[in-house]
Design a protein around this ligand. Sequence first.
Ligand SMILES: C[S@@+](CC[C@H](N)C(=O)[O-])C[C@H]1O[C@@H](n2cnc3c(N)ncnc32)[C@H](O)[C@@H]1O
Length: 547
Amino acid sequence: MQAEKVSDTPLEFIVEYLAKAMKIARDHPGVPEDLRSNLQKALNIASGLDSYLEMTSSPESQPLAELYRKTIEHDWKKAFEEGKTSFRLPKECITGHVEGQVLKMLVRVSGARRVLEIGMFTGYGALSMAEGLPEDGRLVACEMEPYLKEFAQPVFDSSPHGRKITVKTGPAMRSLKELAAAGEQFDVIFIDADKANYINYYTLILERNLLRPDGIICVDNSLFKGSVYLPDSDDRNGLALREFNRTVREDPRVEQVILPVRDGISVIRRAPPTRPEGDECRDEVFHGVQGKSVLDRLRLDGRVAYVTGAGQGIGRAFAHALGEAGAKVAVVDLDDRKAERVAQELALKGIQSTAVTADISKPQSVQGMVDAIVAKWGTIHIGCNNAGINMNSASEDTSLDEWDQTFGVNLRGTFICCQAAGRIMLNQGYGKIINTASMAGLIVPHPQKQLAYNASKAGVVKLTQTLGTEWIDRGVRVNCISPGIVDTPLIHSEELGPLVQRWLSDIPAGRLAQVTDLQAAVVYLASDASDYMTGHNLVIEGGQSLW
Ligand SMILES: C[S@@+](CC[C@H](N)C(=O)[O-])C[C@H]1O[C@@H](n2cnc3c(N)ncnc32)[C@H](O)[C@@H]1O
């Protein structure tokens, strides 16, 4: 038999009292109809809210639903009587669907990688937040009762996110001190244990730097059934929360808002440091350039980029990287289906993208590409001239046709793109051009023969140096990236495949480059963080050119 539901949140109390008032109004014929009708309206609004929030929040995962069911069905009284728990834990302790979704959302939108929970109970909140963490994210849950760790672990094990969770049993204060002593720091901390200790947890978190700058503390039950604002309340926990909320409100190190979800969730953000006295700290090193941290300076929000040869391989990886950093991306390729496919991939990730077909060896085609992008997005800020070709032949056999074709795309084509996009950029006084050169412009990769490719890529480096210095005073930076041997389908051809083992012995890093090894470089060169860099050849080859 289901136990009668006990009111636990301000809203549940409102519903309970309205329902009682309504019953009285119904039972007393003398109550004016108007009063009855208004009471009913208030009751309808209040009693429908929680179930509506539940219904409209994204559904919980199967392991979360299982955890909820297991928790609600468990006999907590018996567990206490049998000495399995040191307190009688009410099942209402559980965070539940809507609050779990709020926590997961906060973890996701803040980009958190490390989360700390103080007071895990059966792990609903922990698993919700773990679901919001990236693959390599980590959550430490502090819980007094070893019994609860045993209770939660099988469900954690059934979830693909459970392995992100480590449970530390024992008093939370002791665990926090251990974590601080080990130099641990968290992006999000959820406080949901013994209310009287909230203030001590909060103080320790800030004083021992357990929360990273700009990190978030969430606090559960911060409205404590309304007793934090009811003048006649003498509930000990409610009064502790009232004092806690007031202290946080007056703490200049943080900013706070309380969301009236369930029993109240405080969201507390650790504010950026206030300007200290003394000249040495009042600079951009301390406060960031225009107040932006180094990671924020790598963002490309609002920028318009194109990448040629973006239908596959390195170009596709560049297109994804620029889009992930916030840019709108024109995916340019000779093959319209490939361009379209990559543009769709970007769109799936919520990146604004467009597919453009162009042959970069043809000036009119390149002009068409530039015009199409400008017509769509108004300008171009970032040009990645990446398309290139490579035909292998011994130098004595290299035909002029092969030479011309290779140079036509790799060097002449790159110049055509630089010039067409550069005109737009010079005109607006801002631009970032990133050309794809090659390690082959520095050393002579062997044993394969590729004279035209090597010479054309060496030309790309000189083109980059020349444009980079000629245009920098008008706001246009031109740099290039020289990848080593990249693991793309091209090198697994019948001709080149057998050479892979041989190449590996020439690479200090002991492996080929993956296209993802190049992604951060293109974002850096496209961003304001690299504004003082121009004409540079950024070599990413696992050390191969140094041996
Ligand atoms: C409200 S429940 C936590 C609910 C949980 N966050 C969830 O998502 O379902 C509070 C938990 O804090 C634990 N707790 C209470 N005092 C503690 C302390 N001093 N140290 C560690 N855990 C404590 C209790 O055992 C209980 O499991």
